[in-house]
Structures are given as C-alpha cells and as structure tokens.
Design a protein around this ligand. Structure first.
Ligand code: URA
Length: 209
C-alpha cells in the first residue's frame, strides 16, 4: 500500500485554515498555497539519501553531507498544480519542472491528456507530482500512469487537501507512490468538490471564476 503521510505541522495546519476561508482573496490565497507547498516539500524530501563528501572550509578540510543519487523533477498537474511550483523551487532550486495537462471528457468523465512536456531524463529523476486538491483521484492517477509509461519509477505525490476517495483511488492504482497530504477532509460532494475543502483551487489561485 502507498505510504500516506498527513502533515501535522502547526504552520501547515494554520495556513490551510487561512486558505479555506472564503474571504481570503487571490493574492493571499496564492501566496499561502506557495508557503504550504514549501512546507510539505520539506517533509516530503525528508527521506532523500545523503552521502559524505570531503570539502574544504576557509579553515580546514572536513566531511560534509550532500544529496546522493537522483536529481529531482517537479511535475504540476495543470492548472492548479502550478500554484505549488515556486514554493517547491524555493527549497530545491535546481529541480527541473515538467507539466501535465488533463481535462475530463464530458461523456466518459475520464481524464484526457492535452499537454505533456517532461524533462528528457525524467525516468532517471525523483519525480514530485503536485496538485493542491486530490478529489476523485482521476487526474493524479492518470498523470502518474503517464509518467510510468515514460519510464519514471521514483514518483511521489503531494497535495494540500485530499478526500478519502482520492487517496483510495491512488492506493488502488499506484501503491508504490508515496502521498504527502496537508489535510485529509471528509468526503466529496455531488459536484466532485472536497468537503469542507476550499472551493476551486485553480480559480482561487488565478482569480478566475
Ligand atoms: N478541485 C478543486 O479545485 N477543488 C475541489 O474541491 C475538488 C477538485
């Protein structure tokens, strides 16, 4: 089963409370989404492997730690995932950024790819897929399937708010993918919105409606 990590850090919980409020405007919403993404990224990268390297300080030679192995890629699911990218890049500035765009076919209700641009060497990278809202799980399941088809094997998923239905869908199809969640909510409503949630994350990040 996929490892689900639900954040209990007080700063993350406080900031999620801010973005849930309906009176929070676009500027504050966007900024706070970025801050939360950075804090979740801090937790989600806790298990990255380190190696010992010899360095020289202005005083003497010494051993220091350096990230070992795979380089990282951040892959936002368009469009709301874009709101999490800058916060993550503030911690891992050398990460490459790929993009996956999906829309829901109105007849089949299945996610359809309309855009996919990934780093050429993404199969060799540690990939962090980001989307603020894990609702039905349709988009994230499809996005991760696309990444696996391109050879990616080390995939993590980060979201800010998840519904139990989305977690279940991800665990069912991608048990190998770790899921980092800011808050686990109650359920989905009949329109596919997370309850209590925060509304439409994309509209609130970009000020569209
Ligand atoms: N996407 C959103 O932006 N909000 C939800 O509640 C569910 C999916």
């Amino acid at each position: 089963m996929a490892n689900v990590v639900i954040m209990d850090h007080p700063l993350i919980q406080h900031k999620i409370g801010l973005i849930r409020r309906k009176e929070t405007g676009t500027k504050d919403f966007r900024q706070t989404i970025g801050e939360i993404a950075m804090l979740i990224c801090y937790e989600a990268t806790r298990d990255l492997k380190l190696e010992d390297v010899e360095i020289e300080t202005p005083i003497c030679k010494t051993m220091a730690k350096e990230l070992r192995g795979k380089k990282m890629a951040i892959v936002p699911i368009l469009r709301a995932g874009l709101g999490m990218v800058d916060g993550m890049l503030s911690l891992i500035p050398a990460a490459r950024v790929g993009h996956i765009g999906l829309y829901r076919d109105p007849d089949t209700l299945k996610p359809v790819e309309y855009y996919c641009k990934l780093p050429a060497d993404c199969a060799e990278r540690e990939v962090f897929v980001v989307d603020p809202m894990l609702a039905t799980g349709g988009s994230s399941v499809a996005a991760i399937r696309m990444l696996k088809e391109k050879g990616c094997r080390n995939i993590h998923f980060m979201c800010i708010i998840a519904a139990p239905e989305g977690i279940e869908a991800m665990q069912e199809e991608h048990p190998d993918v770790d899921i980092y969640v800011g808050a686990l909510d109650e359920k989905l409503n009949d329109h596919g919105y997370i309850v209590p949630g925060l509304g439409d994350a994309g509209d609130r990040i970009f000020g569209t409606k």
